[in-house]
Design a protein around this ligand. Structure first.
Ligand SMILES: [Zn+2]
Length: 113
């Protein structure tokens, strides 16, 4: 009776060692608190605290949102979709500008009285 060597087991062990070495070479992961937050407004009204989505193996977030708030999206693909996105962005910009202006007017009145 020979000594049976389970080569599948040996292979699995070698693969595990390899993975461990790769982890060591990549260095320690940055702490979770240092990762950028999603910040989208949730239905509860407060900013989302989930970390921004990063593709596996990447440190840089794709677009700064978490996986629930568009982090998986890579944006519009077709020319039509991109145009629509531009229009919406301009509209939001316009809204933000007018909000800032009314705020400034109100602030001026408050300090004058
Ligand atoms: Zn989020």
């Amino acid at each position: 009776m020979g000594v049976g060597v389970d080569w599948n087991r040996v292979l699995r062990w070698l693969e595990r060692l390899q993975r461990q070495r790769e982890r060591m070479e990549r260095g320690p992961r940055p702490p979770k608190s240092s990762l950028p937050k999603c910040g989208a407004r949730t239905r509860a009204g407060h900013p989302c605290g989930a970390p921004a989505y990063r593709r596996p193996g990447e440190y840089e977030p794709r677009n700064g949102r978490c996986r629930m708030h568009g982090g998986l999206s890579t944006g519009p693909r077709t020319a039509e979709g991109k145009a629509r996105c531009r229009v919406a962005a301009l509209r939001n910009l316009e809204k933000a500008r007018s909000a800032v202006e009314t705020e400034a007017v109100r602030g001026g009145e408050a300090s004058a009285t």
